[in-house]
Design a protein around this ligand. Structure first.
Ligand SMILES: [Zn+2]
Length: 322
């Protein structure tokens, strides 16, 4: 059995796992993410890798993190959340310490590869992953190959403009998809419904601290499971936007499978069922061609770790995988 290590660098923890060529995770190691980033973070990643290398015969190490990665997959060019890590060459900083090749990949691409190859998209060659949390990220696999684009920013689905002069987005533009179809958008839709008719929202608000601002995505999911009309309406509105976006992506990329991941998918069919209906409703030439399957992600928080471990293996020996 061939083993590689995937290391997922998150905001609070650095989580590593030993992954075999079938995508199965055999052991974990973790450290807290050093707030100082930079050299301390490199050390934490090396420590996680060394702990696992002492237990398994490992070929290579993949590191998954948010940000833009160089085309040779060795350098983090720009990361939004980690201090002193821009321009750091991980192969140089870590590879020597652990005596293994090191590859870095964007976290959304890593998760997309994990889900496409070993999760909800296994067996399919044309897969899109939409990760729906506070924003919307994702990845594209076409013909069994991860699509990074010319400059590494492919699949930034959340920033497709869907409403002219719509809500302001963190990217500096207005009307981006994630302002309407993300977890934050779910909250916005719920708050708007409550502000329009406060008397119908007593049940939903009672799950939080009673205030509209105290409402969380989990409260809305819990309320929707209880059949709460306001919560279900917020999910339905989110699903309409999501379905319209997926219909557009489908005529662009023609996936066989669209996987929905991220925190919002905890709601399961409460989100998926109206999304599937909306995809059909908004699909160009609807009914005249097959539509993609819309399914929930299966690997949860492990998707990035599993995906980047496999991408590292592929990078080291291109003929051995994919
Ligand atoms: Zn945006």
């Amino acid at each position: 059995m061939s083993y590689s290590i995937g290391v997922d660098v998150g905001g609070t923890k650095v989580l590593g796992g030993v992954v075999d060529s079938q995508g199965k995770v055999h052991a974990h190691a973790r450290r807290d993410t050093p707030r100082e980033g930079g050299a301390d973070l490199n050390q934490a990643i090396a420590d996680v890798a060394l702990e696992l290398i002492s237990q398994f015969d490992v070929d290579c190490v993949g590191v998954s993190a948010a940000g833009f990665v160089s085309s040779d997959r060795k350098t983090m060019l720009a990361t939004p959340n980690i201090a002193q890590w821009n321009g750091v060459n991980l192969e140089k900083e870590i590879g020597g310490r652990i005596n293994r090749p090191v590859v870095i990949e964007n976290d959304a691409n890593s998760a997309a590869w994990g889900e496409a190859k070993f999760g909800a998209g296994r067996g399919e060659d044309h897969v899109i992953l939409l990760t729906i949390g506070t924003g919307i990220g994702g990845g594209i696999v076409i013909d069994g190959a991860l699509q990074r684009g010319a400059h590494g920013i492919a699949a930034e689905f959340g920033h497709m403009r869907v409403v002219p002069e719509g809500h302001l987005c963190g990217c500096g533009q207005r009307g981006c998809f994630e302002q309407y179809a993300s977890g934050n958008a779910l909250l916005r839709h719920a708050r708007e419904a409550i502000n329009a008719s406060p008397e119908i929202a007593r049940n939903l608000l009672s799950l939080g601290d009673g205030s509209v601002s105290g409402l969380s995505g989990k409260h809305i999911t819990d309320a929707a499971r209880m059949g709460d009309a306001v919560a279900l309406a917020a999910f339905n509105t989110t699903a309409q936007w999501l379905g319209a976006g997926i219909a557009s992506l489908s005529v662009l990329l023609d996936p066989r499978c669209v996987i929905i991941g991220g925190g919002v998918i905890d709601a399961g069919e409460i989100l998926l069922a109206p999304t599937r209906e909306a995809v059909e409703r908004y699909m160009p030439f609807s009914g005249k061609h097959p539509s993609p399957r819309i399914v929930a992600a299966e690997l949860g928080n492990e998707a990035g770790l599993v995906g980047v471990a496999d991408l590292a293996r592929y990078r080291i020996a291109p003929s051995s995988s994919v």
